[in-house]
Design a protein around this ligand. Structure first.
Ligand code: C2E
Ligand code: CA
Ligand code: CA
Ligand code: CA
Length: 276
């Protein structure tokens, strides 16, 4: 196939070609989907297993479009990052999270909200976030921002001051996917971090794998020595839940308790059980 213009080099390699076209199609669909509000937040509870109550919710994005195949955030978030759409996607989602908080008004429930690496590095990050809080008139202390470990380590001087600014606003900071990245515990002293989320990789084989138990148990002790809260991700069964509880890791999240749910289901659930 002949390139239509000199920038169309992708036409020369069929495999690369397919992938590129597919990604470009998703990007285009995202561009169209954003103003149509196709991206919606689902909410997954973080449970305090010692009292069986919901402590807060993690907001997770879902893409509702007309296509038969669901595209999950593991695919579309990186595309949003590469194509520069992540800023507008995140502000739109933060608006949704604020509306949810306002609907929950008297229950004092907080939301843990994922912040992507590239968005955090962008110049406009703080002003965009602040603008949403101002416009929605929601207190930032209703929010926890989840940021992955590897991101924190890049550009750490800037990130320390950025996180300090967020903390001044009242936002708490959670280290997401803890244990998969840099994992030197020393850096935790430098960062104003409140919560560690142990990655699901370490929880998955907890009941079969003694090494994972030692690892998780060590993180839990260290976290409590540093006065950090700790959340176990991806808890799928009773065995995992009770091993974690024995280790004093009571904050747990996973399919064992609940999948991420659409807003209406969460509201129905909270109304019937008055969980808070
Ligand atoms: P994450 O932040 O580590 O989110 C946890 C993922 O684990 C979610 O996948 C959640 O649905 C899934 N999960 C929860 N409990 C279980 C369980 O018991 N077992 C298993 N196997 N999985 C469980 P999801 O929603 O597909 O999101 C994937 C990733 O995409 C997230 O990983 C996060 O990095 C990113 N993401 C999702 N929503 C957003 C968003 O609104 N903004 C940004 N920046 N990233 C997002
Ligand atoms: Ca997360
Ligand atoms: Ca995670
Ligand atoms: Ca993850």
């Amino acid at each position: 196939v002949k390139a239509k213009n000199k920038n169309d080099y992708r036409f020369y390699t069929p495999e690369f070609d397919k992938e590129t076209i597919w990604l470009a199609e998703i990007e285009e669909k995202m561009r169209q989907g954003l103003p149509r509000k196709e991206f919606v937040l689902y909410f997954q509870p973080i449970i305090d297993s010692s009292s069986h109550t919901v402590t807060y919710f993690e907001a997770l994005c879902r893409w509702h479009n007309d296509d038969a195949i669901d595209i999950m955030p593991d695919i579309f978030i990186p595309i949003a990052e590469q194509s520069g759409l992540i800023g507008s996607l995140t502000t739109q989602l933060l608006h949704q999270a604020c509306s949810f908080i306002k609907e929950l008004d008297e229950s004092n429930i907080r939301i843990s909200f994922n912040i992507s690496a590239t968005h955090l590095q962008s110049q406009d990050f703080m002003s965009e976030i602040k603008a949403v809080f101002d416009k929605e008139n929601v207190v930032p202390s209703c929010f926890i921002f989840e940021i992955t470990e590897t991101v924190l380590m890049q550009n750490w001087k800037r990130n320390v001051s950025l996180l300090n600014d967020l903390k001044l606003l009242g936002v708490e900071i959670a280290v997401d996917d803890f244990g998969t990245g840099y994992s030197s515990l020393g850096y935790l002293k430098r960062f104003p971090v409140d919560i560690l989320k142990i990655d699901r990789e370490f929880i998955r084989d907890l009941h079969h794998d003694a090494k994972n138990r030692i690892f998780v148990s060590a993180i839990v002790s260290m976290a409590s020595a540093l006065s950090l809260r700790i959340v176990a991700e991806g808890v799928e069964n009773k065995e995992q839940a009770s091993i974690l509880a024995e280790m004093n890791c009571f904050l747990q999240q996973g399919y064992y308790y609940s999948k991420p749910l659409p807003i209406l289901k969460v509201l129905r659930h909270l109304n019937s059980n008055s969980l808070h």
